[in-house]
Design a protein around this ligand. Structure first.
Ligand SMILES: Nc1ncnc2c1ncn2[C@@H]1O[C@H](COP(=O)(O)OP(=O)(O)O)[C@@H](O)[C@H]1O
Ligand SMILES: [Mg+2]
Length: 250
């Protein structure tokens, strides 16, 4: 039997939040375990508030988990691994006084790539071209539209040519052209063998792009396997997902 190699393994992740001193802790992630297979595209679906963003933040160590383990290529997070990941947060912090070019230079530096490297300009131009922002290279981010900012966010996740892309709602806030562009970019990256893990509540996009599916419902994983088996017998991912949610409620 073939064994599938995983780029990310999440095991028994728990996270709770306490809004104030007087309030009881609210468990947001409950023993979350799933896999992200290497060189494949994995979708992370769930309703708003189901725990997608919190999971991704714990995985990337933006916030501390309460317990559990996350492995990347069988290793715990370390500086070397971090450089192999491109991460698009749900609400990226975009330094509005920087130009698109400066913004990407800043992110290259964060990824440990020296700006003295002769490939820097090529990396930046290639990436801006890919996301349709080459003409806006010298423009400050504060003059960007919402769609352009989302593209800039995607560009910073791609610029250092990561092996794993983790994207939180990459299609949200984009017009139909922008969504198509993101989908084309993801397909292109997948062809190159990049591992992609992205969250969305837009099931149509998932159906089109994903090989593997992870579904979360009220902080619990209700599915973690290939997309085809998930859709088995159902005409659309939406119906399959609704049915899985019903089963989980029983
Ligand atoms: N910093 C926080 N403090 C308190 N509650 C939070 C915080 N972040 C997220 N939550 C709560 O955790 C739950 C899951 O949120 P989130 O992970 O953002 O869901 P999703 O990304 O699936 O929409 C929600 O009920 C949300 O209100
Ligand atoms: Mg979210």
């Amino acid at each position: 039997m073939d064994t599938i190699e995983n780029a990310i393994q999440v095991r028994n992740l728990n996270k709770s939040f306490k809004k104030s001193f007087y309030e009881k802790k609210k468990q947001v992630l409950n023993n979350v375990s799933f896999d992200v297979p290497k060189n494949k595209t994995t979708g992370f679906v769930g309703n708003n508030g189901s725990g997608k963003t919190t999971s991704l933040k714990c995985i990337f160590e933006f916030i501390f988990k309460d317990s559990g383990e996350v492995l990347f290529f069988n290793e715990k997070m370390n500086p070397k691994i971090r450089k192999k990941i491109g991460y698009l947060p749900e609400r990226p912090y975009l330094y509005e006084f920087l130009t698109a070019e400066e913004f990407l230079k800043f992110h290259l530096k964060l990824s440990g790539i020296s700006l003295a490297n002769e490939n820097v300009n090529t990396l930046i131009d290639e990436t801006l071209n890919k996301v349709g922002l080459l003409e806006a290279k010298k423009k400050a981010l504060r003059s960007f539209s919402k769609g352009m900012l989302q593209r800039a966010g995607l560009a910073q996740a791609l610029v250092h040519k990561p092996e794993i892309l983790i994207l939180d709602e990459p299609m949200s806030g984009l017009d139909p052209d922008g969504r198509l562009m993101v989908k084309d970019i993801l397909k292109e990256e997948k062809k190159k063998g990049i591992t992609i893990f992205f969250s969305s509540h837009l099931l149509q996009d998932m159906e089109e792009l994903c090989d593997h599916l992870v579904a979360i419902h009220h902080g619990e994983i209700i599915y973690n396997a290939d997309l085809k088996s998930f859709m088995n017998q159902y005409p659309s991912l939406e119906e399959a997902f609704r049915n899985k949610q019903k089963e989980a409620r029983k």
